[in-house]
Write a protein that binds this ligand. Structure first.
Ligand SMILES: [Zn+2]
Length: 349
């Protein structure tokens, strides 16, 4: 059931591809991320988990960002509008909000925020990691998960008429769970049926993206229309990066601005810095993958919002684009990563 082919579906309805403009391809305008709540690195700090964020504990929160309950939720429409006003005033046009089931998606709020700020919002669909779910994938079954995604795309999510324009972020843990494979199978089916892009949250292992690509490829996914997310925190070995890019998927470097190297969700690895993301881009350009690079910030905690001393949704536009120019990345390629590639990805096939 293909509808709106050649258009881009936003929370305010279908738009023309030329209206997409500068885009962040993986962010969260409102979210409840408490599913990933983790103990702080120093167990004596357990009581800090219940503290509200303040200037007195902000340094602690920035390091232990997954341990502050207050940090993991933001759902205020007025605050979100203020954050997006900065984004729009910095030249931002579109945000892909891949908050889906398990992350506190709120279609009506997204619609209100988009109409108040003039920023296009493309809303996600499908299911985040199993850990974040209250429903049981196995008892639900592929068919029912598929129908739920189809409803988001064709009728509207929840009790709204707000339609999803992308399937994602589809959660995969490492090791990849049986139930998450069921969710992925339903997502691939919906992606094939509707022509919508499929955006994936891979497990934290360098080989996770390739394992997922092999699985979805066998199911008939259109790899040209698949976004592999979080590549920057997942792949450290450039030969694996090259192998992943050669499959034809979009490579999403989507954690720009995440500048605490300690990574509580995978402390045996680390969160790379923006300088390493630029190195990765230079490698991808050198290997002719410039048409498959996407950029985003994956803001999912308060401390990365401007209101709480963070970089905000305009971090790439205000700081990374100028930095890439200084590093010698051509304007034409920057335009591809900011506008052309996201537009191609979001256009319904
Ligand atoms: Zn995300």
């Amino acid at each position: 059931m293909k509808i709106n082919q050649g258009k881009v579906m936003t929370v305010l309805g279908a738009i023309e591809p030329k209206q997409v403009g500068n885009t962040s391809t993986h962010d969260h305008i409102i979210i409840d991320f408490n599913a990933i709540l983790t103990e702080p690195i120093d167990s004596k700090d357990i009581s800090k988990m219940d503290e509200k964020i303040s200037i007195d504990n902000l340094g602690w929160v920035r390091f232990n960002w997954a341990s502050s309950k207050d940090n993991l939720v933001y759902q205020d429409v007025k605050d979100a509008c203020n954050e997006l006003d900065h984004y729009r005033n910095s030249g931002g046009n579109t945000i892909v909000d891949v908050t889906n089931i398990g992350l506190g998606r709120d279609p009506k709020k997204l619609k209100e925020i988009s109409s108040k700020t003039g920023v296009n919002i493309v809303m996600g669909s499908g299911f985040y990691v199993e850990l974040a779910q209250t429903l049981n994938y196995t008892s639900e079954g592929i068919e029912s998960l598929f129908e739920s995604i189809m409803k988001d795309i064709t009728i509207g999510a929840g009790d709204s008429n707000v339609k999803s324009g992308i399937i994602g972020e589809i959660g995969c843990s490492w090791p990849w769970t049986k139930n998450e494979k069921i969710s992925m199978e339903a997502s691939v089916l919906a992606h094939k049926t509707t022509g919508l892009p499929l955006l994936i949250h891979p497990g934290r292992n360098q080989y996770a993206p390739l394992e997922i690509i092999e699985f979805i490829s066998k199911l008939g996914a259109d790899l040209d229309n698949v976004v592999m997310g979080h590549i920057d925190r997942t792949i450290f070995d450039y030969s694996i990066l090259k192998e992943t890019a050669e499959t034809g998927v979009y490579i999403n470097l989507d954690l720009w601005g995440h500048d605490s190297p300690y990574y509580p969700l995978a402390p045996e690895t680390y969160m790379p810095g923006d300088h390493e993301r630029i190195n990765m881009i230079e490698f991808l350009i050198k290997n002719n993958f410039e048409d498959k690079i996407l950029l985003a910030q994956d803001i999912c905690t308060k401390h990365r919002l401007k209101k709480y001393g963070g970089h905000g949704f305009d971090h790439i536009l205000k700081r990374i684009v100028p930095w890439m120019k200084i590093r010698g990345i051509e304007n034409e390629i920057i335009k591809k990563m900011m506008i052309t590639n996201p537009t191609n990805m979001l256009t319904i096939k």
